[in-house]
Design a protein around this ligand. Structure first.
Ligand code: CAA
Length: 380
């Protein structure tokens, strides 16, 4: 399949590449060590339009297609997957969910802030006992007439403390099972909203991941997204698109590891010649290149399906499953090609290897993607 990119798409790809090289690369090792991400960088991403890429211009977004978003995600992820997960969650889960299913008042109140870099959002589905098994929500949103009272705990929330706007999935009517779940918009300064300590993670360490506690948080009814009981479907529909963003992140990590490895192999000498001249290394690069191209085709296809109004649950799940496997495999091989230097932080590939792992876990583990894929192909 041939994906010919328009001039605008090429420009966006270049802008993301420049931003990644000029603004994200300096300090990426230190941010990973310190587990932080300066707010000025978030604001810059907002100014450059990376935080609301697919949102309509009337809400401050860039009004771009999914393929442009995927191109930008790929470039940012080559250098800093902590930055790109912020971009991914804000774009695919929070902004897309709000723009597609929110009321006009919700869009006016929240979207402009989320696209500009004034505020970022978080998507709160996972719980201590509801990770893959997402229908088992223990967080409750008790219906009190004109408002809900929210109680419970959410786990592993990306942008946990840096966000201001949180989309929270909670159970209102237990008897209705997943049809009794709602999606509510919470704000960080609501009374009873507690942010837990930052998780100390293997990878994407610059991104802030927290548990959140809700103690009798009063949320007005106007903050519910969609009809009563739409919350679980909202989460599933939103995640179907989110998986394309994470697939693009995995693709970027793989491509970043490959580019560093190719450059290194052409410079580093052993046994009297550049190591790229040894077949053991050249074949590794050949495998990496082939698999990355296959992953890229799947990711771009899923983006194009979304842009053309086709169902993208299947293609998005396939893209995420395959691209995340390629990311992990490529990053491990990249460390091997770099030898002792690969084990050292300054060469970047050990970070890419640590960052790759989460792409097989969040927004649905590889096993969950296989559930989505197998159910889809078996009902055909
Ligand atoms: N679109 C619309 N509706 C969907 C849907 C989709 N893609 N997928 C499922 N549904 C609907 C079903 O139609 C069903 O509704 P009805 O009964 O009314 O028909 C309902 O949702 C329940 O579906 P299932 O019976 O298939 O539910 P299940 O319990 O078998 O679970 C699952 C399905 C796919 C395994 C789901 O639980 C799942 O995706 N789990 C993984 C959760 C996940 O991805 N978590 C990631 C956390 S977010 C994150 O990581 C963000 C971050 O910070 C980076």
């Amino acid at each position: 399949m041939e994906f010919s990119l328009s001039e605008e798409q090429l420009m966006i790809q270049q802008a993301a590449r420049d931003f990644a090289q000029n603004e994200l690369l300096p300090g990426v090792v230190e941010r990973d060590d310190a587990q932080n991400f300066p707010w000025e960088l978030v604001q810059k991403m907002g100014e450059l339009g990376f935080l609301g890429m697919m949102v309509g211009e009337q809400y401050g977004g860039s009004g771009l297609d999914t393929l442009s978003y995927v191109l930008a995600m790929e470039e940012l992820s080559k250098v800093d997957a902590s930055a790109s997960v912020m971009v991914s969650v804000n774009n695919s889960l929070v902004c897309w969910g709000l723009e597609t299913y929110g009321t006009e008042a919700q869009k006016e109140k929240y979207l402009t802030r989320l696209t500009s870099g004034e505020a970022i959002g978080a998507f709160c589905l996972s719980e201590p006992e509801a990770g893959s098994d997402a229908t088992s929500q223990k967080t409750t949103a008790k219906d009190m007439g004109d408002h809900y009272v929210v109680n419970g705990t959410k786990n592993w929330i990306t942008n946990g403390s840096s966000a201001e706007i949180y989309l929270v999935i909670a159970q209102t009517d237990v008897e209705k099972g997943h049809r009794g779940i709602n999606a509510l918009i919470l704000e960080r300064d609501m009374e009873g909203f507690v942010i837990g300590p930052k998780e100390n993670k293997l990878g994407i360490r610059g991104s802030d991941t927290h548990s959140l506690m809700f103690n009798d948080v009063v949320v007005p009814k106007e903050n519910r997204i969609g009809e009563d009981g739409f919350g679980f479907k909202f989460a599933m529909k939103t995640l179907a698109g989110g998986r394309i963003g994470i697939a693009a992140q995995a693709l970027g990590i793989a491509a970043g590891a490959y580019e560093l490895s190719k450059k290194y192999a052409k410079e580093r000498k052993a046994f009297g010649t550049e190591i790229a001249n040894h077949q053991a290394i050249a074949f590794k690069l050949a495998d990496m290149h082939t698999k990355i191209q296959a992953a890229r085709n799947l990711v771009y296809q899923a983006a194009c399906d979304k842009d053309s109004g086709e169902d993208y649950s299947l293609s998005g799940a396939m893209a995420k499953l395959y691209a995340s496997e390629v990311a992990m495999e490529t990053a491990v091989e990249a460390v091997q090609i770099h030898g002792g230097n690969g084990f050292v932080k300054d060469y970047h590939v050990e970070r890419l290897m640590r960052d790759a792992k989460i792409t097989q876990i969040y927004e649905g583990t590889s096993e969950i993607q296989k559930i989505v894929i197998s159910r889809s192909i078996l009902k055909e």
